[in-house]
Design a binder for this molecule. Sequence first.
Ligand code: DGL
Length: 283
Amino acid sequence: MTETRSGGPIGIFDSGYGGLTVMKEIVSVLPEYDYIYLGDNARAPYGPRSFDTVYHYTLECVRWFFEQGCPLVILACNTASAKALRTIQQNDLPNIAPDKRVLGVIRPTAEIIGEYTHSKKIGVLGTRGTVQSDSYLIEINKFFPHVNVFQQACPMWVPIVENQEYDQPGADYFVKKSIGELLQKSDEIDTILLACTHYPLLLPKIIENVPEGMRVIPQGEIVARSLQDYLRRHQEMNKRLNFTTIEGKRSFFTTDSPEDFDRQASVFFGEKVISKHVEVQHF
Ligand code: DGL
């Protein structure tokens, strides 16, 4: 028998397409909920932008999700999680929407990533913004104080992915270069975390360029399992979400061209995507 409950959708946000790699894993673990995805493609990439700019852009998008009736928003973007999440949670939510929640991807990843390493040396690959924030260093240290974290910014990787060059020969140079720079920091690294939601598209090239036996961990599945656990523990939130025992609704929005979005998004999401254009500046 079909059971339904009417509530709001879960909002999933990224600067562009990368969050779709997380959404793909979330809908596979939690297919019964409704989802709204927003890519701020018109202003991507966020990686090289200042704290202030990333915070303002992210807040506008979070307000937009709230207007759409989302009680819960996931920042499926490490850069926004690193640069905007804490301020939004601590300063903005209490004023604009005390009953709503915004969660990021860094903490759930940091909570578990230490379990993958035997050598207790982890490499973290991310955007310049994520690396400069030291968020992974700080968060992993809280959960795994005996694990050493080595970070490497890969400034070319998001542009390569956003421009659909991720499977082209030109991408090899930059993938090899950034991995080489990371592994120079310690020859004991046995686990590499892809701390940017765009990077799973480069996974085949990354695997080609790491030593045999190296674990390369994308974070989509980790975030999906963590959300499942969060909803189990927070029944008050779970009850406010739209739920049906058959598959929920999925809507996609972009701040740039829907035609471009639809063409690229299916590669990240693994299914056909039909999006609509939105303006978020006035939120
Ligand atoms: N996907 C975003 C992340 O996880 C970064 C993309 C960007 O630089 O805008 O960090």
